[in-house]
Design a binder for this molecule. Structure first.
Ligand code: SF4
Ligand code: SF4
Length: 137
């Protein structure tokens, strides 16, 4: 199971042999993943269903990840069709403010766990730069 992940998975806990592999989600590490600029006005929500700890929160035209819940499992990153999710230490230059935005808005917005259709004009907004001014809170 560990081979599924390219980064360390802090929630993988092994019981004493010969016991089975235990899956135990815990917030054991400080790393978080971050939703960045390209999600704004797209919000396809492909990412939310793979999260084992329900760390995604939904706003009107953007999703954020709760850093207090994210366990750095990496599962959501490849699910995003427009590459809007990054580890916090690998956020693209100029988008560092999204680390704080994810933390702030995850305290205000409700949790989302089920995929839904993207926004109606999402295709038009894919890859457009500097969408922060369009973020609806
Ligand atoms: S899959 Fe990507 S674009 Fe869609 S909500 Fe998640 S982060 Fe945003
Ligand atoms: S890396 Fe993504 S899927 Fe994994 S816990 Fe964090 S937000 Fe959820």
């Amino acid at each position: 199971m560990a081979a599924l992940f390219t980064r360390a998975a802090p929630w993988l806990v092994f019981s004493e042999p010969p016991g089975p592999l235990l899956y135990k989600p815990t917030k054991a590490a400080s790393m978080t993943f971050v939703v960045t600029d390209n999600c704004i006005k797209c919000k396809y929500t492909d990412c939310v269903e793979v999260c084992p700890v329900d760390a995604f929160h939904e706003g009107p035209n953007f999703l954020v990840i709760n850093p207090d819940e994210c366990i750095d499992c990496t599962l959501c990153e490849p699910e995003c069709p427009i590459n809007a999710i990054y580890p916090e230490d690998d956020v693209p230059a100029g988008q560092e403010q999204y680390v704080g935005i994810n933390a702030e808005l995850s305290r205000e917005w409700p949790v989302i766990t089920e995929r839904k259709d993207g926004l109606p004009d999402a295709k038009e907004w894919e890859g457009k730069p500097d969408k922060l001014k369009l973020l609806e809170r």
